[in-house]
Design a binder for this molecule. Structure first.
Ligand SMILES: [Zn+2]
Length: 685
């Protein structure tokens, strides 16, 4: 594993970073092993320094928040209580701590909490004033559990909620997406915006049918918001431990991202907790540090990648630190590290996903497909069964069950010494095996001699005897460049789409598997070949094309941007992650949908963006030079993606009912070939 050096071509993104030792100045006075402690921000920041990331970021000074800002989401009572902290004695601090669930107070916690909140707002202001493209606030205390009139779960003030409120009031934003992948449910955020469609709250959290803290009935999948906000609160409760990248990515591909394309957010706030990461004793989930980079890459498809990332939980210092560093690295625009072992999502997760789709379907078109029957009837019956089966013995936390005094220590579920050592070893192995090598140069460019284009954006390289596609592929395999762009006249025999990848796999040890993504109606040269997965998206039917484990033909009449992107999310990406290629080649040529402008640079750039997360960014975009694909279009589609920049959608992208049905039919058809489609079972009856 090599540390990163600043690369000229990778400096293009302005990533804001906020960190200040002021937030180290408080800790639990009566428990030396309390999980929430100063190392939680100190070590992640040091890890970013180790990788050389800090000097590549725009380092933004934090600041204290004002009373006015605190009062946007909290009562004067809480504000005043916090102001009293510096003058409290040890006994008084202890007494106040017994009044709140999973809390400790300290003379300096008020200052740190105000600083964490002020810094979060500072990050938002820098984003909105276009001083940065995205940003990460390495802050403590966390915020997402803090309620209107009640500190809760290590949180005093609700950083994410106040940032969202500020975005609404100061910047007149109407569509803010908050994504909360901290392993605990951010009930404080949910309560703040439960009836407000201006904030779409999406939380993935451990639930254990209600047995996991904060033990709220309100954290389950059927709490979807109320009044105008109905459908704008999305909970994915995880009822089993051990879920990892496969389940988290499936939540994104099937629920969050399709809904984000329909919602079209103006700002994305991430309540970024790493207690969902591998080795954390609180969450006991298995998301890998690299997994977070992929989630951030996907979210960069919206709002020009304007991501406001706020640290929440994370109690395994090693996986927390690595997770933060790889997240900051992804924000800077570096290619995502590889994620291995992408597998079929666990059955308990599948049930949750289907439950959620059934309750959200009435509010989001993207979730409505074939076999829609009366949702209200099914749901009522289904919830009844669910109550009988899972909820009857559970003691949910309510105002009535609230204890006189809360425990001060020992309520957190630590690992044994032996378990700690095992996890530590696993994380070390994971870090060791994660390849963070980055080539000196980013994008290489090649075209056939007879094409009359000049490209000032990228480095043109020498042509090989075989073909321009081969020479660019070879540059990537040799790790001289990360990605490439090629323009050719024709895909004739010399440029066979199977032959070139085959030669690369034979010649280079590093390339064992190649994925070809073909956007074309002419696929005559595609033949079955070992270690090569062909994915063809076309608009004309051909009876000879039968999908199998090495060839996937997706034919859509009247293909448009929305259908193309949705087909990618729901069909192609699960397969691509499961296949885990070493190199991705895309070929865009005779493609009716592109010629008649139903598919545009918009849809194309989004699918390229998702593909750029695979194979450590080793992506070659090949275009056939024809009148139908103007050079201007090629540049629009390619440059932001190849440079690692964020994208946006100018209007919601929702496939129409026919296309949604077609996607569903394709999934049903492919289920027998690819087991990653397990989650597309019949909805509950
Ligand atoms: Zn948490």
């Amino acid at each position: 594993m090599s540390s990163l050096h600043q690369k000229e071509e990778y400096k293009k993104k302005r990533t804001g970073l906020i960190y200040d030792p002021l937030m180290l100045d408080y800790h639990c006075l009566w428990d030396p092993i309390y999980p929430e402690n100063p190392d939680r921000i100190k070590k992640p920041y040091e890890r970013c320094q180790f990788y050389g990331l800090v000097e590549q970021c725009v380092n933004i000074p934090g600041r204290l928040s004002t009373d006015e800002e605190v009062l946007k989401c909290h009562t004067e009572r809480v504000n005043k209580l916090m102001r009293e902290m510096p003058n409290m004695s040890y006994d008084e601090l202890m007494h106040v701590s017994t009044q709140y669930d999973s809390m400790y107070f300290h003379q300096n916690c008020d200052k740190a909490a105000r600083f964490a909140l002020g810094s979060s707002i500072q990050l938002l202001e820098n984003l909105m004033d276009d001083k940065i493209d995205n940003g990460f606030a390495i802050i403590r205390p966390p915020g997402h559990h803090a309620m209107h009139d009640e500190p809760n779960g290590y949180c005093y003030f609700n950083n994410a909620a106040v940032v969202a409120r500020t975005a609404i009031e100061k910047y007149n934003l109407n569509r803010i997406l908050i994504i909360d992948w901290d392993v605990h449910h951010g009930q404080g955020v949910q309560y703040q915006f439960y009836d407000d469609p201006r904030v779409l709250y999406f939380s993935l959290h451990r639930y254990d049918y209600g047995n996991f803290w904060p033990n709220l009935r309100q954290s389950d999948f059927d709490y979807i918001g109320e009044k105008d906000g109905k459908g704008f609160n999305i909970n994915i409760p995880l009822n089993k431990t051990g879920f990892g990248n496969s389940e988290y990515f499936a939540s994104f591909f099937n629920i969050l991202l399709p809904i984000a394309y329909e919602y079209n957010p103006e700002l994305i706030i991430i309540s970024c907790g790493y207690d969902s990461a591998i080795g954390c004793f609180e969450g006991r989930m298995n998301v890998t540090p690299a997994g977070y980079a992929h989630l951030l890459n996907a979210l960069s498809c919206f709002t020009n990648g304007k991501l406001c990332v706020l640290l929440e939980g994370g109690y395994c210092i090693k996986s927390l630190s690595e997770g933060v560093a790889l997240s900051v690295r992804a924000l800077l625009g570096y290619p995502c590290p590889r994620v291995e072992d992408f597998k079929r999502p666990e059955p308990e997760f599948v049930v949750t996903l289907n439950n959620l789709i059934s309750v959200l379907r009435p509010y989001w078109k993207c979730l409505q497909s074939l076999n829609d029957i009366d949702d209200s009837i099914i749901l009522e019956k289904y919830l009844e069964d669910w109550n009988l089966k899972y909820r009857k013995d559970i003691k949910f936390y309510t105002d009535q069950t609230k204890p006189e005094q809360f425990e001060l220590t020992g309520f957190y579920p630590l690992y044994s010494e032996e378990e700690n050592m095992q996890w530590d070893k696993k994380i070390d192995e994971l870090i060791e095996s994660t390849d963070l090598f980055v080539p000196e140069k980013r994008t290489c460019f090649q075209l056939e001699d007879e094409i009359q284009y000049t490209c000032s954006f990228f480095t043109r390289i020498e042509n090989s005897e075989i073909s321009p596609i081969f020479s660019v592929g070879e540059q990537l395999v040799k790790r001289n460049f990360t990605n490439g762009l090629v323009l050719v006249k024709n895909f004739d025999n010399r440029l066979n789409r199977v032959e070139i990848p085959r030669i690369l796999t034979e010649k280079y040890e590093r390339v064992k598997k190649v994925m070809n993504v073909v956007l074309s109606d002419d696929v005559s040269d595609l033949i079955r070949s070992e270690n090569i997965l062909n994915i063809v998206i076309g608009s004309k039917h051909n009876k000879k094309q039968q999908s199998d484990s090495s060839n996937l033909f997706l034919i859509f009449e009247d293909l448009d941007d929305a259908t193309l992107v949705t087909a990618f999310l729901r069909i192609i990406l699960p397969i691509a992650y499961q296949f885990n290629p070493d190199l991705v080649l895309t070929y865009t040529s005779d493609f009716e949908a592109l010629q008649n402008n139903k598919v545009t640079s918009l849809g194309m750039s989004h699918i390229f963006k998702y593909l750029s997360a695979l194979a450590e960014g080793n992506l070659v975009l090949v275009f056939q030079d024809k009148v139908s694909i103007l050079y201007q279009k090629v540049i629009e589609m390619s440059i932001p993606v190849l440079n690692g920049h964020g994208l946006s959608i100018p209007y919601p992208l929702i496939p129409d009912q026919n296309q949604r049905n077609r996607i569903k039919l394709w999934i049903d058809h492919l289920k027998s070939i690819w087991n990653c489609f397990q989650f597309n079972e019949k909805l509950p009856k």
